[in-house]
Design a protein around this ligand. Structure first.
Ligand code: PLP
Length: 412
């Protein structure tokens, strides 16, 4: 049985309708008529569930939110204009000046500069740790720590976190755990491992074909009895818990982030995202299988490959046990120098050179001259960015075609 079998069945049923239009109905109106003033009052008050204004909710995006929430076992989701929008939403709705973030592993370049350059301007600081520095993480938690942030797979360092153990630490200290699961949707289910919030850039493998920018945040319910979000640490969200109960984190995100910052998804983008989402289990299954044969064969052919399916990777055991459904579409190869990396990419007939990941096509990018070009040497070393490093995102092509192309592109 294919490891994504259950998702294959559920997602196509949830995206398509049995009556009327089968493909999701694409609504792209910015505003919505209320009909009469009493209905308008009811919509604003919340007693009537109809669209208010597209910045705070769109019917097509609402369907996408339901499918994503069900995929991750959350109570609900809020879609966003981009993955960075989703990260901003998930964090800003919990944080205020003076708060601290603990960031573990990773880290995507945009997230790193958001944490290290932008948030400090608003009095929010971040400490960065390796995925295995869990004692240091525990010691760094203070009463001002509101968020522990984690990427499910280090991009591009390919280090794998022990998500369940990190969730135990977050829960023991009453701190929210946010997991950026962009690279491993359906393969890793962070809420089931004890995380509170999952963020996605749906731009990547979820849509899968570079047709739409998008993001989403999936939330767990607030528990009826004890819950860490009911503590003094999260005093700002107590009014939402009193009013909205289990759905409080979604209400906070909509009010604090969507309404006031406006990183809202649009109907057309959400429509395209759902068309991608319905084939995600099939694409994921193929790519996580292809990536193992490509990484293995290239490594045998003498490439310096970084992927945890290889026996010499420090997280090989964790890959086999906690990442049994694969760790997404990316791996890196180190060609030794910038010149060799450029030559390889330019000679390949198959690689599309771009900053994206998670596409139907195999993509590649030299890291130090692009996404990480403005980072100082110490930061590059921390993030694992060496001069010859090329990040590859495997697509739907045949493993044999990819291996042949890479081997011929590397021969001078
Ligand atoms: C691409 C990416 C983001 C940002 O997503 P955008 O849709 O480009 O804003 C965030 N996190 C990870 C891991 C990513 O790969």
């Amino acid at each position: 049985m294919n490891r994504f079998e259950d998702f294959t069945t559920r997602i196509v049923q949830q995206v398509g309708k049995k009556e009327g239009p089968i493909s999701p109905v694409m609504v792209n109106s910015a505003s919505f008529g209320y009909g009469d003033s009493e209905t308008g009052e009811g919509i604003f008050e919340g007693s009537i569930k109809k669209p208010l204004y597209a910045r705070v909710g769109n019917p097509t995006s609402a369907q996408l939110e339901q499918v994503l929430a069900s995929m991750d076992g959350g109570i609900g989701a809020v879609s966003a204009s981009t993955g960075m929008g989703a990260i901003a939403m998930a964090t800003l709705s919990l944080l205020r000046a003076g708060d601290e973030i603990i960031s573990i592993g990773g880290l995507f370049g945009g997230t790193y500069s958001y944490f290290s350059e932008t948030l400090p301007r608003f009095g929010i600081s971040t400490k960065f740790f390796d995925v295995d520095a869990l004692i240091e993480v525990e010691n760094a938690i203070t009463s001002e720590t509101k968020v522990i942030f984690l990427e499910s797979v280090g991009n591009p360092n390919m280090r794998l976190p022990d998500i369940a153990t990190i969730a135990q630490i977050a829960n023991a200290h009453g701190v929210a755990l946010i997991v950026d699961n962009t690279t491993t949707p359906m393969s890793v289910l962070p809420l089931l491992l004890g995380a509170d919030i999952v963020v996605y850039s749906t731009t990547k493998i979820i849509t899968g074909n570079a047709s739409a920018l998008g993001g989403a945040v999936v939330y767990r319910p607030i528990a009826e009895g004890e819950d860490k979000f009911k503590s003094e640490r999260y005093r700002d969200i107590q009014p939402f818990i009193q009013k909205m109960g289990a759905m409080a984190l979604i209400a906070v995100a909509k009010k604090r982030a969507l309404r006031d910052f406006g990183m809202s998804a649009n109907g057309f983008g959400s429509y395209l995202t759902m068309l991608g989402l319905e084939t995600l289990p099939l694409r994921m299954d193929r790519i996580v299988t292809t990536i193992e044969s490509v990484a293995g064969k290239l490594s045998e052919a003498g490439f310096v490959v970084n992927h945890p399916c290889l026996a010499d990777h420090p997280h090989h055991e964790r890959y086999k046990t906690q990442f049994a459904n694969g760790c997404g579409t990316i791996f890196t190869i180190d060609l030794g120098s910038k010149e060799k990396a450029f030559e390889f990419l330019n000679r390949s007939k198959l690689i599309t050179i771009t900053a994206n990941i998670g596409d139907s096509r195999t993509l590649g990018l030299h890291m130090a001259s692009t996404i990480y070009r403005d980072f100082d040497d110490a930061t590059k070393a921390f993030l694992g960015i060496t001069p010859g490093l090329v990040r590859i995102s495997i697509g739907l092509e045949s493993a044999y075609a990819i291996i042949d192309d890479f081997i011929s592109a590397s021969k001078i």
